[in-house]
Ligand binder design. Structure first.
Ligand SMILES: *Cc1c(COP(=O)(O)O)cnc(C)c1O
Length: 364
């Protein structure tokens, strides 16, 4: 179409993010009953949404003719209390992915560069490209872990942002407090460090304290979400906290009603649902043991999990994912990340994990 000549050239070569496939879509395509399909592809909650959030949403339904509070006053206040910062230091987003976009609006453009690790969340690269910034991908070290020393060294005079995903998606690796402290000692004060901590509440193995850098006034932001531990991925609600002047800048590209009314209400209730989060954490611990033991038994290489998913080396990840899907198990192929031999599998209930193992056994 003629009109496409006006499209922003930064978008022309952009390959859209490939999400995990919805159950309904796979059911339609494969002629399967949706109830027989298990989705272990998007790191969603194994135990559904937080029950406290569900109760609060049911009560709030009749208020949905009203716009949300554009400033998310209640939710930001509660988050500020939780992290011992001020409300002005907290920003909410339509998923923490939206905050990644605000970071792009504020800090990425031609002439700037962005640093992230190889095998980290692909959205950073998409944002850098979309805003015309250079993307510097730092090779991972052994075990597919972030090489934070090399990442600090890769920072150039034109670098505006460096992303640290912890635990990392899709590898499931965890950077230690020591690694992060050393890294922060080397990063220049004028580079924004984004700690993307989508799995913090369920991290296994000692989640490093990064809030201390916020409190020390360092140029950094901690991003978290209600999509994973709280089981509210469908609502799209996430948040970040950092030094106030930084948060004020990030508020500028935000649409007034970016987070919806139901999401704000559910998120406030979910924060109180510590019981639910610990139940989930428990089930992910068991899932880790179960699936890692299975991999050991079958001689499959895997990356030890630190969140609610695991990366397994099966060979031919895309072809295998298609076969698993035909048998009603949706997992995520990893070729888009340069990990064509691997699949990423979210921990579900113990029964779902068991089904995944059985179906995989029948295919390899
Ligand atoms: C899931 C995830 C997010 C956030 O997702 P939202 O649903 O947009 O809050 C962010 N970063 C990583 C690394 C993730 O895995």
């Amino acid at each position: 179409m003629e009109v496409l000549k006006h499209v922003n050239p930064a978008l022309a070569e952009l390959v859209p993010y490939e999400p995990g496939r919805p159950i309904e879509e796979v059911a339609r395509e494969m002629g399967l009953n949706p109830d027989e399909i298990i989705k272990l592809a998007s790191n969603e909650s194994a135990l559904g949404p937080s029950p406290k959030a569900v109760r609060a949403m049911k009560q709030a339904i009749s208020e949905m003719h009203l716009y949300p509070d554009g400033g998310s006053y209640e939710l930001r206040s509660r988050l500020a209390d939780l992290y011992d910062v001020t409300r002005e230091q907290v920003i909410t987003g339509n998923g923490s992915n939206e905050l990644l976009e605000f970071i792009g609006h504020c800090f990425m453009r031609p002439g700037k560069s962005v640093v992230a690790s190889q095998y980290s969340f692909v959205v950073y690269k998409l944002m850098a490209k979309m805003f015309g910034a250079d993307f510097i991908e730092v090779p991972a070290k052994s075990g597919l872990r972030h090489d934070l020393t090399a990442m600090a060294k890769a920072i150039r005079p034109d670098t505006s942002v460096v992303f640290v995903t912890n635990p990392n998606n899709p590898t499931g690796t965890l950077a230690t407090q020591r690694e992060i402290d050393r890294f922060m000692a080397k990063v220049p004060e004028d580079v924004l460090v984004v700690f993307d901590e989508a799995y913090a509440e369920i991290a296994m193995g000692g989640m490093p304290d990064t809030a201390k850098f916020v409190k020390a006034g360092r140029a950094c932001i901690v991003l978290r979400t209600f999509s994973k531990a709280y089981g509210l991925a469908g609502l799209r609600i996430g948040y970040g906290f950092g030094p106030q002047p930084l948060i004020e800048s990030l508020q500028k590209p935000r649409q007034p009603f970016n987070t919806n009314r139901l999401a704000q209400i559910a998120a406030c209730a979910a924060l109180e649902d510590t019981n639910f989060v610990s139940k989930c954490r428990n089930i992910y611990r068991k899932g880790k043991k179960q699936v890692e033991a299975y991999c050991e038994e079958k001689g499959l290489e895997y990356v030890p999990a630190h969140a609610n998913f695991i990366l397994i080396k099966t060979g031919e990840g895309r072809a295998l994912s298609a076969k698993l899907q035909a048998k009603g198990v949706i997992v995520r192929p990893m070729d888009g990340y340069g990990l064509a031999e691997w699949i990423r599998v979210t921990f579900g209930t113990l029964e779902q994990n068991q089904k995944f193992c059985e179906v995989l056994t029948s295919l390899i």
